[in-house]
Design a protein around this ligand. Sequence first.
Ligand code: UDP
Length: 356
Amino acid sequence: MRAVLHMVAAARPNLPKLAALWHALAEAPPVCTPVLVHTGQHHDAAMFGDLLDDLGLPAPGVSLGISGGSHAELTGRTMIAAEAAWQRDRPAMVVVAGDVDGALAAGLAARKLRIPVAHLEAGLRCGDADMPEEINRRALDAISDVLWAPDDATAARLRAEGHGAARVRAVGNAMVDSLLRHLPAARARPLPAGLQPGGYGIVTLHRPANVDDEPALRALVAAVEDAARALPLAWPLHPRTRARMDRFGLGPPRGVRMLPPLRYLDFLALMAHARLVATDSGGVQEEAAALGLPCLTLRPSTERPATLDAGGNRLVTAAGLADAMRDPPGRAAPIPLWDGRAGARMRDHLAELLAP
Ligand code: UDP
């Protein structure tokens, strides 16, 4: 019987990364039987269900149904549910992607049951030890048996942190695999009415440091309104940001095309035809680099320094946004291993690890 591999998806950005491995496994002689496990952290159609369809992923085989609450509540409840699921039905290995609370919880639960854990997207560090995702990244890397890093520099940093060389492998960027796979279909989709190819920029914001703090969000909304005078902007609003804007009584910035969270293919289409993107999203920084789309990152640091080194991304403040829009970075140079083959490299590694 083939080994069963549980692939844990908690939130939206986990899915394109897991899809890279899922499709690589399906396109080669069988290595294992993959099962998608959904913790429930993101669970509605806009943030999860539609993405499964767009990525060609099946409905999850295991659904833990855990969402909402504080960091500790979500982490604790997910651990309890994952432990119960894996005591009933024990996989040979668990893959967790990214850095949200549900991913950390699943990794911890698996490790405590002595189920080997692979961390997809290991080694990312922005250096801000207080950022919730940074805490999760460090903790997951500390306990995982296999560390799949997106590039050689990240793998080297993991080894320098003391992670054994045998655990660390630079496999490439799985987000870019999904982007390259779905770009042709995305390009064929229409843009939202009123947007012309090459005639607009995109804004996305959802990081707690930017949107949970009222003065920070107020400054960003004002900055986006100001920047829209330099270039028409479209802003697909993350549910978290919408909720905070409502709570703080903040209306949409004038002159900006506000959109709901877009389906994955529609968001790729929006990026493929944009002139630039201003974002605090990790995944969007990576996709922009792969597309050659100039990126302004509205954060004091990034855990994706390869995008800065490649010349396509720049860190900006709210106050500096409008000026940066008038003088944006150029196209990113190609980044080694961001080539659409990350899924195949993970699959080949799994074939070694799971060999009978
Ligand atoms: N994305 C999407 N619809 C949107 C905005 C983003 O499908 O309206 C996709 C985007 O293409 C990328 C992923 O969501 O693949 C990034 O997720 P997010 O920004 O929520 O999280 P992060 O990458 O910051 O962890």
